[in-house]
Design a binder for this molecule. Structure first.
Ligand code: IFM
Length: 650
């Protein structure tokens, strides 16, 4: 199956389909919305890594002006999928060629009018996106089209543009604006294949009489440009050709095959599609909600290093290098963050916007009181630094890129280790270092001591960093390495108990022993936040996402199968999978311990999340919807490292 397809129009699916039918080229993302839609239907042209903050609101990535707005009328009647005169409506996404297609047939007072649209974000370019509209009718009819660059854009924390100006020059409409905070001058330019009349405020009109059976074609070739950048003069067909060629190349190196399982094959292909449309075209990284909009502030989380990087390492190593360089380039900010808390080394941003930590002290709003809730993700989710170091080491393991290690790679690893060393507490009684007051991957339990994931990952990245120092003998002061060596030997690693279970953090076993559904039944509001100081899960064993289980995926060789099995069986009933990162973590572990059914189910939950419009949409009153590229990356890892590498059956 090449296409994702859906017939009939359902207004309730507008937001979900915007995500599901998303187009992208690693730099620009265009949501799967219809030509006649505007800001209220969440039309979005999201730009990777271009941030702006409006005073008093969260800083987020910028959505550019929409070049493809169009309101068409035939015989004076609107060609709008929301109207009653729709005889047929279908949208499709061809994931092998990155083409969005739409076909709507209207009954215009007895005349059948067909509106077709094809759209792509040019994979062979950074700044280009194109649309072709074809209108036909079974009787002669008059067309009036209002089209232009819509400057009224969907924004979560905007408006981001000031000094918005629109102009027309020949067949090209341009809208430009300057971002409020950082002063980027962004222009959206759109070249029309039809004459535009009566231009005003970004829109113009195209009038045409079409004969029965004749095609009216409108091509639009658009660019998102910064400062002095220029558009080129290529046609829609030229652009389509290079776009398709690039998609062919990408699939030739990235497809993974399932034998005799069409549903799993499509889910995996769709996951790979979502990773490919995010492959960075420069030294920037991937946001947690990809290019589907401004959710999570367009910020980069550990999702990229731990869940997406493996795909890029194995398919597009240059993109993997870009992801790694993004972290090396933002080392100065990570050092500043560590210093600001009184620590040494590098404490990476929990929600990175070019290194700046966009994570708010109040990242959730309470649904009952409507008050911001103090969350400690930014201050205490210290494993982010270990995740970054882990990714650099993984990259090195795959590529043997000594140059990158010498150009900041090893320094970054050691700075991350140094941060943990300075963060740690020496327990005199037990003669060991402990990592106290942290948050592990399970965000429902804040400010805990000795989270197993955190301690183990810091231990391992430090050990490896120190070993590599012996090889390179450069890039870091020897005295600091000596301290790290001594420290890591005494870093406490929670061991499996008599049942083989590793306690997620000190005291976890003493929490109320109830499972997910019991805790869910205690909710008083569907969007209530489960964690933090007063959440329903806080005093219980119920966890948001894979935590100890995630550790096994990073270091499968460190733990016996029996231990992995014991923990899988223990933690699964307590795991809410409230994060899209969770299913794949269980899927991977399930593969290693021969839980074939569990692995398959968890794989599908991960791979189909955006096909089904799954995942939580709200954290308290904060909208967190969008695509879930970490789940796509996790699905890919499960297929390759899980199903592909584990032969053992249940
Ligand atoms: O990084 C994740 C985190 O682990 C759970 N909350 C959502 C973040 C972004 O996906």
């Amino acid at each position: 199956m090449n296409e994702l397809k859906e017939s009939g129009f359902d207004a309730a699916k507008t937001v979900e389909n915007g995500n599901k039918y998303l187009l992208g080229n690693g730099y620009l993302g265009y949501r799967g919305t219809l030509d006649e839609f505007g800001a209220s239907e969440c039309v979005g042209l999201n730009i990777a890594g271009k941030y702006d903050g409006v005073k008093g609101k969260w800083r987020e990535t910028v959505n550019a002006f929409n070049p493809f707005y169009m309101a068409a009328y035939a015989g004076g009647i609107a060609l709008d999928a929301r109207e009653k005169n729709v005889a047929f409506h279908e949208v499709a996404l061809d994931i092998f060629s990155g083409l969005f297609k739409r076909k709507t047939v209207f009954d215009v007072n007895g005349t059948s009018v067909t509106l077709k649209c094809e759209r792509f974000v040019n994979m062979a370019s950074k700044s280009n996106l194109c649309s072709r509209v074809i209108i036909t009718a079974d009787k002669d009819i008059r067309l009036n089209i209002k089209a232009g660059v819509d400057t009224d854009i969907w924004e979560l924390n905007g408006p981001h543009f000031k000094d918005v100006k629109t102009k027309i020059s020949g067949d090209t409409i341009t809208a430009s604006g300057t971002t409020q905070e950082l002063g980027y001058r962004i222009s959206v330019e759109c070249k029309y294949s039809q004459r535009i009349e009566n231009f005003s405020g970004g829109f113009g009109y195209i009038n045409a009489d079409i004969k029965k059976g004749e095609k009216f074609v409108l091509d639009r070739v658009a660019f998102v440009l910064f400062g002095e950048e220029n558009a080129d003069g290529e046609s829609y067909d030229d652009k389509l050709k290079s776009h398709l060629k690039e998609w062919e190349r990408l699939w030739s190196i990235s497809r993974v095959y399932f034998k005799d399982d069409k549903r799993a094959q499509f889910a995996l292909d769709y996951s790979i599609y979502h990773l490919l449309i995010l492959a960075p075209k420069g030294e920037y990284s991937i946001a947690a909600r990809g290019l589907s909009g401004q959710t999570y502030k367009g910020a980069v989380f550990w999702d990229t290093e731990i869940f997406m990087l493996p795909f890029f390492l194995n398919t597009l190593p240059d993109c993997a290098k870009n992801l790694i360089k993004y972290r090396i380039n933002t080392l100065p900010e990570a050092k500043k963050k560590a210093q600001s808390y009184g620590y040494g080394g590098a404490f990476y941003a929990w929600e990175s916007q070019d290194g700046y930590d966009a994570c708010s002290d109040f990242n959730v709003t309470d649904v009952f009181t409507h008050r911001p809730v103090r969350t400690y993700f930014k201050d205490k989710q210290i494993h982010i630094s270990a995740d970054v170091a882990y990714a650099i080491l993984k990259y090195y393991e795959h590529t043997g890129d000594d140059e990158l290690m010498l150009a900041g790679g090893l320094e970054t690893v050691l700075e991350c280790a140094e941060f943990a060393r300075t963060y740690s507490y020496y327990n005199h009684v037990k003669d060991r270092y402990e990592l106290l007051d942290v948050i592990g991957p399970d965000e429902y339990h804040e400010r805990v001591n000795n989270n197993a994931y955190t301690n183990y990952i810091f231990y391992n990245i430090t050990k490896r960093g120190v070993e590599l120092y012996e090889k390179f003998k450069k890039a870091y002061p020897e005295s600091a390495v000596k301290k790290l060596k001594e420290w890591v030997e005494k870093l406490y690693l929670p061991k499996p108990d008599k049942n083989g279970v590793i306690e997620q953090f000190d005291g976890y076993f003493k929490l109320e022993d109830v499972e997910v559904e019991e805790v869910r039944s205690r909710l008083k509001h569907p969007n209530e936040y489960w964690g933090g100081s007063g959440g329903v899960a806080t005093a219980t064993r119920v966890i948001k996402q894979a935590d100890v289980i995630m550790l096994f995926n990073l270091y499968p060789g460190l733990f016996s199968k029996e231990v992995q099995k014991a923990n899988y069986e223990f933690y699964l009933p307590y795991t809410e999978h409230g994060s899209s990162l969770s299913h794949c973590a269980y899927a991977l572990t399930a593969c290693r311990i021969g839980k074939t059914d569990g692995a398959y189910k968890a794989f599908m939950d991960s791979a189909e999340i955006d096909l089904k419009g799954g995942g939580k949409q709200w954290a308290g009153e904060i909208y967190i919807g969008g695509t879930h590229p970490a789940a796509s990356g996790g699905a890919w890892m499960t297929a390759v490292y899980g199903f592909g590498c584990n032969k053992e059956k249940k």
